[in-house]
Design a binder for this molecule. Structure first.
Ligand code: NDP
Length: 449
């Protein structure tokens, strides 16, 4: 960790390394939070006395299970399922499920740990958790996806409940997968319990704006950060990595706010369209036809596909990483800053390496870390839970206004907390401290549990 880190925090960090060997993404997420907490522990000796930091770094419960399923040819496959119920100080565990071959315990723990502070920042009564599987949904038929989801839920259901643990989507898990999992949960429990999963279809308990929420929310956050600098999206050239759920709605909202996104990507390559991306085409290719982003170039002859390209080499003023963890390294960050980038908003979780974050902070650009900037997704999941509890469904405009209000509030909280703790403009410090204090105070109030 950094040389300025307090000795007590360094000892706690070393303990995390020892207790969680090989989980490098989890170590990275913990280091990033602990580095911000020096000024907090000197003001709050009770946190040290009650061992709040050590407790926050240890999940309340970790569930690992076998997921057997059969493909369309009758072949049997075995995957591993995870649910890490990290912290319930503020509410039931809440956080998405990721299906991707890179998933292992360290990825789920980093995501679950981040989720604790993100959920706290939303101001809503939700704790932190995350789950998923090393199952690779790419190239699978609908029936295979359904069989996998059913097998996954056949174990997971016993740990869930609207007051206990409420999963949602993440990489590889969207409306289709949530549907299959909800169906299996309902079948096993004989309960139509809408509040047990979020990201549901609109006709059966879902919320308008949930699909758009993470991308729209990240864009609202950066819009606020730009306003602080007397800037706006209008006329700005933007890059959005990925071409999944978060990326698509980030592009859409940037365009609505007057910016121009000229590139997006997937794990195989980059699409560059200087005229501005055609978001309706991306929706059709990715959401409806489930194709690769490469195919975009078949429809727009003036767009270019760069196989294995690095999107961050393209000059822009605003960058919104919306694919996966550690996709911007120190070198990419330097390139972005050199090319005139003035704002980075993280739609993805932990997309910037520690070296990259340092470059952004040293350059004093507006850098919105994921746990603040992408909190709109989970906040709208909480709005979905509210509607489910009231047996109600709100209009698009009403829900979007609520989302915008929440993101404006999160931005303000991070901004003001950073100032209060002597780091004006540093949203990393603001988000970590503001997110942490609320959880820590609740843990102190709940006693040693
Ligand atoms: P999707 O599965 O819809 O899309 C993921 C996109 O990222 C795809 O374009 C995918 O390309 C690309 N991608 C994934 N893994 C890699 C990789 N290892 N290398 C390069 N590209 C990759 O997921 P989401 O849009 O839901 O999630 C994107 C990010 O946003 C994740 O970090 C997630 O944790 C975060 N997030 C999502 C929220 C949500 O509400 N969905 C909420 C908050 C954060 P390919 O198809 O080639 O794999």
């Amino acid at each position: 960790m950094s040389p300025q880190i307090d000795e007590k925090l360094e000892t706690m960090y070393q303990e995390v390394l020892k207790r969680n060997p090989g989980e490098v993404e989890f170590h990275q997420a913990v280091a990033e939070v602990l580095e911000s907490l020096n000024p907090v522990i000197s003001k709050h000796p009770e946190y040290l006395e009650r061992k709040i930091i050590e407790r926050i770094c240890e999940p309340e419960r970790q569930i690992i299970f076998r997921v057997p399923w059969q493909d369309d040819n009758g072949q049997v496959h075995i995957n591993r399922g995870f649910r890490v119920e990290f912290n319930s100080a503020l509410g039931p565990y809440k956080g998405g499920l990721r299906f991707h071959p890179s998933v292992y315990l360290g990825i789920i723990k980093f995501l679950g740990f981040e989720q604790i502070f993100k959920n706290s920042l939303t101001g809503m009564p939700i704790g932190g958790g995350k789950g998923g599987s090393d199952f690779d949904p790419k190239g699978k038929s609908d029936d295979e996806i359904m069989r996998f989801c059913q097998s996954f839920m056949t174990e997971l259901y016993r740990h869930l409940g609207e007051h206990t643990d409420v999963p949602a989507g993440d990489i590889g898990v969207g409306g289709r997968e949530i549907g299959y999992m909800f169906g299996q949960y309902k079948r096993i429990t004989n309960r139509w319990e809408a509040g047990v999963l979020t990201g549901k279809g609109l006709k059966w308990g879902g919320s308008l704006v949930r699909p758009e929420a993470t991308g729209y929310g990240a864009t609202f956050f950066i819009n606020e950060a730009l306003k602080v600098r007397k800037e706006s999206f209008a006329g700005k050239t933007c890059l959005v990595s990925g071409s999944g759920n978060v990326a698509i709605y980030t592009v859409e909202k940037i365009h609505q706010l007057g910016g121009k996104c000229i590139a997006c990507s997937d794990s195989n390559g980059v699409i560059v369209h200087e005229k501005g991306l055609d978001v309706e085409l991306i929706k059709q290719l990715k959401e409806v036809e489930r194709r690769r982003i490469k195919d975009y170039a078949d429809y727009h002859k003036d767009a270019k596909y760069i196989a294995n390209g690095n999107i961050w080499d393209i000059p822009c003023q605003v960058a919104m990483p919306s694919a996966t963890q550690n996709e911007i390294n120190g070198k990419d960050a330097k390139t972005l800053v050199k090319n005139g980038c003035i704002a980075v908003g993280e739609g993805a979780n932990m997309p910037t390496t520690p070296e990259g974050i340092k470059v952004f902070l040293d350059a004093k650009i507006a850098y919105g870390p994921g746990k603040a900037a992408n909190a709109g997704g989970v906040a709208t999941s909480a709005l979905e839970m509210q509607q489910n509890a009231q047996r109600d469904s709100w209009s698009f405009d009403f829900t979007e206004k609520k989302l915008e209000g929440i993101m404006v509030g999160i931005h303000q909280l991070c901004h003001d907390t950073a100032e209060e703790y002597g780091a004006p403009g540093n949203y990393v410090v603001g988000a970590n401290i503001a997110g942490f204090i609320k959880v820590a105070d609740a843990m102190v109030a709940h006693g040693l549990v």
